[in-house]
Structures are given as structure tokens and as C-alpha cells.
Design a protein around this ligand. Structure first.
Ligand code: ATP
Ligand code: MG
Length: 450
């Protein structure tokens, strides 16, 4: 017999132990598509949920350079509010979405009081002397403060703000970094903080810190990748515009030379005009690629758009001496794609096929229902030079091109379109044996939207 379980149980089991509930909320928050801030809020909620068993309030100090900055103070402002919060959190079937919404609402109310007050607080996160709660970060240790009013290590401003005698300072440690400090207390129930509370909070702190650490690393990686991509774009554009610019410069110099006859002047001006057009094309294509945000896909009749793309292809094929064969269903289903966008997709595929195929070759376009009744296939097949294995991997990357005048934007545009409408692209090709691009779009039969 086999039993399977989900990692992501969205409801919290009321009968689970407090420890399990806490760890479950924290570990499952990693799967949620919420922002770092929302997920931290979830973790803070986990630490403060449950009447009489969780901590009543939690402060989060974020590490910012050499200092700790007050970021969030989560918790009720009065025993009545505490009771209502605990009631919400112990509602059977409550899930993450409700908790996040509830916390956002609580924070906006508290913005005037709790959180706004601690946002003014900063403490050194290293060095000596280091008053509490900063000392937890400086010495990387968990500090339980009892009888705070008589403890000289506690910062006086902080003591006045927190207004309790007992609290726990928990450094957020990830590898060798301290990312912040949680300060927890039981301001309303006045339950003494027990050793088991400290141990449980310590595990939560470690999980939270490592989550923050991973998220920070991920954000940095995304930034680095963006910078690298921008660098590549810049290099590509530089490379593309260099030749036309050099040509324009050279032929303009000749025009300025004395004794340049009229024929030569006209020839040079024609060359210059062609190069300027080439530059205009480059600027248009890059601008189009960077700016174009795709239209929302809707189930559409794509016949007219496809026929227009085919007509242009036929003229181009004739001019190149290539046979262009088209097999299109007369009554295609509604296709989940903006029609003009689908027309552009078809044009890019046809252009590529014609550019790859020598005179005397053949290009075939098929547009028909897929085997199931929910897809529409657009395929373009050619008898051209084919695609090597090494190139196959790069085909859909922006700016990948093997053509002297190519921009390498056609297939990356197609990929974006297919991702947006939830379709798929398949490429079948062997070097010197032609290429076959197969696109599958979601589709449906009804003529009027239901
Ligand atoms: N049918 C095909 N046969 C062989 N190679 C192809 C075919 N289609 C695409 N390729 C390869 O993929 C590369 C990228 O194609 P893509 O359409 O993205 O850019 P491009 O055609 O080079 O430039 P453009 O931006 O003008 O379309 C091409 O340069 C070519 O090497
Ligand atoms: Mg192309």
C-alpha cells in the first residue's frame, strides 16, 4: 500500500502541537508566492499565534550595514485586540492568504502606534559597548532578559518603548551573517518565557534567517543576470551599428573632398541613405523588442491574420525561386492568441524558413487542429540548411543570430508569445536536412465566448 502526502497543506490543523504548527507555517511560507516582506510577516505571525501558547508580540529589527533598524512590530495593542487576533488565527480552516491579509490590515492599523515607533530605533549591530537588543546581534547569542528595569545592559529608550520586564532577543543567523534580531514578549498574558519557548523560538529564528538569506541571494542573482543581459544587448547594438556608421563616415568624407563629381556624389549619397535605413531598422527592432508588451491573449478567429502572413510569404518565395506550399484548415477553431500577434509569429517563421532555404527548395506551412480538440497547430517546414545541435540550444535567446543582417529577435519574440498564451514550441532539425518549427496554441471550438 502507498500513502502520499502534500508538502503544502494550506489549512492548519487545530489539533497539531504548537511546535508543529509553528514550524509548518514557517516552512510552508517558503512555498508561497508572497513577497519577502509578507513572508516575514507570516513568520512573525507564527511566532505570535495561539492564545497563551505563542508569544504575544514580536519586533523585527533588520540589519542595515552596521546597524539594526526597527522594521515591524507585530502584535495587538490591547488585551481585547489580542483576544480578537487570536480568535481569527484559531478559526478552523484559516490559510496563508487570510493570515497575510489579516496581518497587512493589522500593520496598517499599527502603523500609527507600534511599528511607527520602532522604525525610529536603531542600534549598533557590532562593536562594544553594544546595548540590548543590539547585543544579541553583536555577540550572536540568544538573550533572555528578566527584570529589565534593573538590567543596565538594556537600552533605556528601548525599555521605555517595549514597556515589559521580560523579553527575548533572538539574533537571525544565516551562515556567518547576522541579518537581524527578533524581540519577543508576552505583554498581555504575562506568561513567563520558558526554556522550551526559547528553544522553539531559536529554531524559528534560524529558519527565518536562512529564508531571508536565500531570498537576498536570489534577488542579487536576478540583478546580476539583468546587468549581464543589458551588457549583452549593449555589445550587440554596438556591433550592429558599427559597420553602417563606418560606411557613412567614409562615404561622407569622400563627398567633402574637392573635385568629387556628380556621379560619385549621387552614388555615395545612395549608399549613405541605405546605411541610414539600416540604422533605422536596428533602432526600430531593438526598441520594438524592448518595449513591446504583448497583448493579452483571447480566443480569436485568426484566419485573416494568417492569410495576410501567407500572402507576404508567397510573394517573397516567388522572388527567391522557392516553392511555398500552404495547407490551412478552412474553418479553424478559436485560437488563444491575439490575431495580429499570431500573424507576426507566422511571418517570423516564414521569413526564417525562406532565409534558410536556397532557390529551388521548398517551404511548407500547415495550420490545423491538433490531435486533441483543445489545440491548434501552426507548423513551418523547410528544406534549407537545418540547425546544428549547438545552435538549437540558443535559438530562442534574444540576439542569437547567424545572419549578417539578422537581429536574432524573431524566435525570442515567438517564445514570449507562446509563454504568454500557454502554448508550446518544438523544433525538429538536422544540419543540412531542413528545419521544422511546430507551434501548438490552446484553442476551443465555440464561436462565441461562453
Ligand atoms: N528555419 C530555420 N533554418 C535554419 N536556421 C534557423 C531557422 N530559423 C531560425 N534559424 C536560426 O536561428 C537564428 C535566430 O532566428 P531569429 O528569427 O530569432 O533571428 P534572425 O532570423 O537571425 O533575425 P531576425 O531578428 O531578423 O528574425 C537564426 O539566425 C538562424 O541561425
Ligand atoms: Mg528571423
Amino acid at each position: 500500500m502507498i500513502e502520499t502526502y502534500h508538502f503544502q497543506d494550506t489549512d492548519f490543523q487545530q489539533e497539531s502541537s504548537r511546535e508543529l504548527t509553528l514550524l509548518s507555517i514557517i516552512s510552508q511560507s517558503y512555498f508561497q508566492p508572497f513577497s519577502l516582506e509578507d513572508n516575514i510577516l507570516l513568520i512573525l505571525t507564527a511566532l505570535t499565534s495561539g492564545s497563551g501558547v505563542g508569544f504575544n508580540r514580536v519586533m523585527y529589527f533588520r540589519r542595515d550595514g552596521n546597524r539594526l533598524r526597527g522594521e515591524v512590530w507585530l502584535g495587538p495593542r490591547s488585551p481585547e485586540e489580542a483576544r480578537s487576533v487570536w480568535e481569527v488565527l484559531s478559526t478552523p480552516g484559516i490559510g496563508y492568504v487570510e493570515i497575510v491579509e489579516h496581518n497587512r490590515a493589522l500593520l496598517s492599523v499599527n502603523e500609527d502606534s507600534l511599528t511607527r515607533r520602532i522604525r525610529k530605533l536603531t542600534f549598533p549591530a557590532s562593536g562594544d559597548p553594544c546595548p540590548l537588543p543590539g547585543a544579541a546581534a553583536c555577540h550572536r547569542e540568544i538573550v533572555l532578559v528578566k527584570d529589565a528595569a534593573h538590567e543596565p545592559q538594556v537600552d533605556a529608550r528601548f525599555l521605555e518603548m517595549i514597556g515589559v520586564d521580560e523579553f527575548l532577543c533572538l539574533p537571525l543567523l544565516a551562515r556567518d551573517e547576522v541579518l537581524g534580531v527578533f524581540v519577543l514578549d508576552n505583554a498581555f498574558t504575562h506568561n513567563p518565557i520558558q526554556t522550551r519557548d526559547v528553544k522553539l523560538a531559536a529554531i524559528c529564528g534560524l529558519l527565518a534567517a536562512n529564508y531571508i538569506h536565500t531570498t537576498n541571494l536570489y534577488r542579487r542573482l536576478v540583478e546580476t543576470e539583468k546587468m549581464a543581459a543589458m551588457g549583452e544587448v549593449a555589445m550587440f547594438i554596438t556591433h550592429q551599428i558599427r559597420n553602417p556608421l563606418v560606411t557613412i563616415g567614409g562615404f561622407t568624407d569622400q563627398l567633402l573632398e574637392e573635385g568629387c563629381d556628380q556621379d560619385k556624389q549621387r552614388r555615395n549619397l545612395r549608399i549613405i541613405r541605405n546605411e541610414v535605413r539600416r540604422l533605422e531598422d536596428i533602432v526600430y527592432n531593438v526598441g520594438h523588442f524592448l518595449k513591446v508588451s504583448l497583448k493579452e491573449p483571447v480566443y480569436s478567429d485568426v484566419r485573416t491574420a494568417l492569410e495576410a502572413a501567407v500572402r507576404i510569404g508567397e510573394a517573397e518565395a516567388r522572388a527567391r525561386g522557392i516553392t511555398f506550399q500552404v495547407k490551412m484548415e478552412k474553418d479553424p477553431p478559436l485560437v488563444f492568441c491575439d490575431p495580429a500577434t499570431l500573424g507576426e509569429v507566422a511571418r517570423n517563421l516564414i521569413d526564417n524558413a525562406l532565409e534558410a532555404t536556397p532557390a529551388g527548395g521548398k517551404v511548407t506551412l500547415h495550420a490545423h487542429r491538433g490531435r486533441d480538440s483543445r489545440s491548434f497547430m501552426l507548423s513551418v517546414h523547410d528544406t534549407g540548411q537545418g540547425i546544428s545541435e549547438a545552435h538549437k540550444e540558443k535559438l530562442f535567446q534574444p540576439f542569437f543570430t547567424t545572419k549578417e543582417q539578422g537581429m536574432g529577435l524573431g524566435l525570442s519574440f515567438i517564445k514570449r508569445v507562446m509563454d504568454t498564451c500557454g502554448g508550446q514550441v518544438e523544433v525538429r532539425s538536422r544540419e543540412a536536412q531542413g528545419a521544422h518549427f511546430l507551434l501548438s496554441f490552446p484553442s476551443r471550438e465555440e464561436r462565441s465566448p461562453s
